[in-house]
Ligand binder design. Sequence first.
Ligand SMILES: Nc1nc2c(c(=O)[nH]1)N[C@H]1C(S)=C(S)[C@@H](COP(=O)(O)OP(=O)(O)OC[C@H]3O[C@@H](n4cnc5c(=O)[nH]c(N)nc54)[C@H](O)[C@@H]3O)O[C@H]1N2
Ligand SMILES: Nc1nc2c(c(=O)[nH]1)N[C@H]1C(S)=C(S)[C@@H](COP(=O)(O)OP(=O)(O)OC[C@H]3O[C@@H](n4cnc5c(=O)[nH]c(N)nc54)[C@H](O)[C@@H]3O)O[C@H]1N2
Ligand SMILES: [Mo]
Length: 780
Amino acid sequence: MTSGHAKIGTLTSSHWGTYRVHAENGSITALEGFERDEDPSPIGQGIVDVLDGPTRIKKPMVRRGWLEHGPGNTEGARGADEFVEVSWSKAIKLVAEELNRVRDRYGNRAIYGGSYGWSSAGRFHHAQSQLKRFLNSVGGYTYSLNTYSYAAAEVTLPHVLGDFYSMVNGATSWDVIKEHSSLFVAFGGAPAKNGQVTNGGVGRHVQKQGMLDAASNGVKVVNVSPLRSDVLDEMGADWIPVYPGSDVALLLGIAHTLHTEKLADTEFLSTYTVGYERFRQYFMGETDGVVKDCSWAELKTGIPAARIRDLARDMARQRTMISVSWSLTRQDNGEQPYWAAIAVASMLGQLGLPGGGIGFGYSAMNAIGANYEGIPGASLPQGKNPIKSFIPVARVTDLLLNPGKQFEYNGMTGTYPEIKLVYWAGGNPFHHHQDLVRMRKAWQKPDTVIVHEWCWNAQAKHADIVLPAATFLERNDIASSSRDPFLVYMQKAAEPVGQSLTDYEIFSALAEELGAREAFTEGRDEEQWLQVIYDETRQKAGARGINLPTFEEFKAKGWFENEMPKEPQVLMKAFRENPEANALGTPSGKIEIFSETVAGFGYEECPGFPFWNDPKEWLGQKASEYPLHLVSNQPKNKLHSQLDHGSHSRKSKINGREPVVIHPDDAKARNIVDGSLVRLFNGRGACLCSAVVSDEVRPRVLQLSTGAWFDPPQLASSEVSCRHGNPNVLTRDEGTSRLAQGPSALSCLVEIELFSGEASDMQMGAFSPPVIRSEPVVGS
Ligand SMILES: Nc1nc2c(c(=O)[nH]1)N[C@H]1C(S)=C(S)[C@@H](COP(=O)(O)OP(=O)(O)OC[C@H]3O[C@@H](n4cnc5c(=O)[nH]c(N)nc54)[C@H](O)[C@@H]3O)O[C@H]1N2
Ligand SMILES: Nc1nc2c(c(=O)[nH]1)N[C@H]1C(S)=C(S)[C@@H](COP(=O)(O)OP(=O)(O)OC[C@H]3O[C@@H](n4cnc5c(=O)[nH]c(N)nc54)[C@H](O)[C@@H]3O)O[C@H]1N2
Ligand SMILES: [Mo]
């Protein structure tokens, strides 16, 4: 695989794969797939042309208004102002003084360090851990709980199955499915595009081949999704094009059929579950007078009753694996789909059998469905946070807007503190958060926003102080993930561009200024920390019978691959074999189809068993000004917003803007053709996109991937909030329910039209840096 290159490149790893890095005269020229990876991802190459250039942040930067007037009172200038280059010593001094001012006057809880985001692979230079360790060494911060990926499930599954992470990571592997399953019913599909990544690094991509092998061995696939392309064409799936957000109704129709046709496994239900009777009374209409049969489900899902009934019968008569994609959790009442799917899987009685039962998000990452034994890798210790105030992560705008207000979460009541300083490293809320127009306003409220970034994305542009971070190619690190069998030594391939420093170097300098250097660094440099992290990993691995080489040997070879597990993974096998000895972590030790605990919280939208609420926005509603459902899913050509400015992602744009996929019927009704410049809008915002007309989406659904860099017009406009196509100017910023308060981006109605304004007024600025001035020589 190295032909064409004189030398074998140094090794590196990323969330999207492991690569050999080729450099000439100190500049990186190519990233080539790792020789052990048969299916490397093209995402990696996207970084080569943007490591240097106008989008790279090369020096510390301070927003001009902040530099001139000090903290506070932005008057909307955050995100619109010019920047001034300053020296590192000045930048460090400014940040340290501001941290001191806020700590002294308001206390550490006025610092928001929840800083969500993926940053880069590598255990030591993990930006989130670096930031948290630093803030803990200077008194702590208001933190965040859960993720944007699947918050609703992180909170719900512990109540229902006793744990979340072991259930997700423990998915029955494709090699078992291939041998034992007859039917694979995929809610939200099994999108191969997502199998390119795993958080913490991918050694070898196995997801796509695993799926293809299963299909060619005769496993029948049903794709329950608004998008046909959510399952590989080669798998020949049957497509059930549900209304987005209606899976719970479909599952209730299935449950009703299984029960009334006596297809439910009553022995399994009584041995392994509690609370089935409460659920049965509900779907039979005994509690609310509404029978949730297939005719009822037809109205809610847009799928004919007979099709739902056939599916239920098919599932009951053969070995069936149910997959529920993570996207199902990121919607209004996102707590319910997993619960409903677990209840149906329990009725089928195949949980714990090879090829039967349930899996949470096949192909959401390379790991989910792979057969592997993760290595228990050590990470950078974050220290202790003495501050007890927190938010559910997706409530960040509420936090900034509503100090003192109470919120409910998983049976608790919390209060939003008043935030004066926001510190972010390794995440991009102008990518990940919903209702960006609202967030952008809230973002003006804190006195100061500090960001570490390497490129001029919207996150950097909306900060007061931007500290330029080195990338993963410009430092040494160790990549490891509990979801991957590889450990990779990430060897520095080039010097950091400009004056950029690693996050560790930046925080070390700040800690020094604040008198906390020893607490933060423990006297160690990068090399010494890597040694410590490696030694701990080696010890932990050893305790599990995995023999890692010495650090020197590991560095010399560059990688280590763990052996395959002795027995292929079958989810809940031990529980099925012996439910007493291997009881689940729920109060009853069994699967809780009804949870007393959740019922005890008294949330009527979430009464303690799988429950249908009409979503706030969905195609089943009577009438709406905005008749189309927007599916904002993960992008194929990048990870979130990362490398959107790079060559690989830019190839997928049309006339520079993000493509939106629209069904031919909906396009025709609006005179939209392939390549049309279109405007998507609703009551929250509007964005421009380029149209792609295709029947790969069901009618009345638009698909617009996440990740296009947020690009507000220079002059505020009510017509267009983003010129580039970031769907989060349209999405809802409301919690899934009081149980998890997760993000609900996927419950979103919009309208689309040909853009009637002047395209020349809407030229993109997403990939242009802000106006930058050199530091004034005298004063500032
Ligand atoms: N509408 C809608 N919105 C969504 C989703 C959706 O499905 N629909 N999905 C959600 C999900 S699942 C997620 S996980 C989130 C993802 O949201 P994020 O994780 O915030 O997205 P990323 O673009 O990966 O942001 C990582 C940032 O870290 C920076 N970075 C990389 N390496 C380093 C480093 O070493 N140091 C520093 N300081 N910075 C670094 C990158 O440049 C980038 O800006 O988005 C969520 N948002
Ligand atoms: N290439 C690439 N891979 C990634 C990522 C990335 O940014 N790029 N992000 C990673 C991250 S952080 C995460 S959390 C995972 C996310 O993994 P997922 O949540 O599985 O990813 P999505 O692509 O958002 O959603 C999968 C599909 O669900 C369908 N869907 C949406 N709403 C509904 C619904 O209500 N019902 C049904 N039945 N289907 C629906 C959509 O058609 C969509 O294509 O992906 C990971 N993998
Ligand atoms: Mo995610």
